[in-house]
Write a protein that binds this ligand. Structure first.
Ligand SMILES: [Zn+2]
Length: 141
């Protein structure tokens, strides 16, 4: 499976995203919450893809929760870059990547769609992530 790697600015933390779909067909989501707008974050995930979070320097991995506090947003404690998010549910671990952290951003990446999730209740949010986010195969401890 093609492998797309991304990392924070200083390289302490990153991800490998294994996805068969060409980047031009990825669904790129521009979440309109305050956190994602402040980071200019663009999210991608595919239930058929897999996602490995990795850390060359795990001590710089910062998990941040806000709002309904269902997911951990992963930031670098040194350079401040947001690389992706992770949720753990009884069905497993699921995640998204911030495509702006891709090491080699594909030139033909699909155009982003603006997303508004603020009306979502907790149960619906968890179910949506279980269905749309990518299974996570590794997380630094
Ligand atoms: Zn960093």
């Amino acid at each position: 499976m093609p492998d797309y790697s991304g990392h924070c600015h200083c390289g302490a933390i990153g991800y490998r995203y294994h996805c068969d779909e060409p980047p031009a067909t990825w669904t790129i989501r521009a979440c309109q919450c305050r956190f994602c707008r402040a980071h200019d974050a663009l999210s991608a995930s595919d239930p058929a893809a897999t996602l490995d979070f990795e850390a060359r320097e795990p001590e710089f991995l910062q998990r941040y929760r806000f709002g309904l506090k269902t997911a951990d947003f992963l930031l670098c404690r040194r350079c401040g870059v947001y690389i992706g998010a992770l949720i753990e549910t009884p069905k497993g671990r699921f995640g998204i990547i911030n495509t702006h952290a891709l090491a080699e951003p594909p030139a033909d990446l699909a155009a982003p769609l603006a997303m508004h999730y603020d009306q979502e209740a907790k149960a619906g949010r968890v179910t949506r992530r279980e269905e749309r986010w990518s299974p996570v195969t590794g997380v630094p401890t």
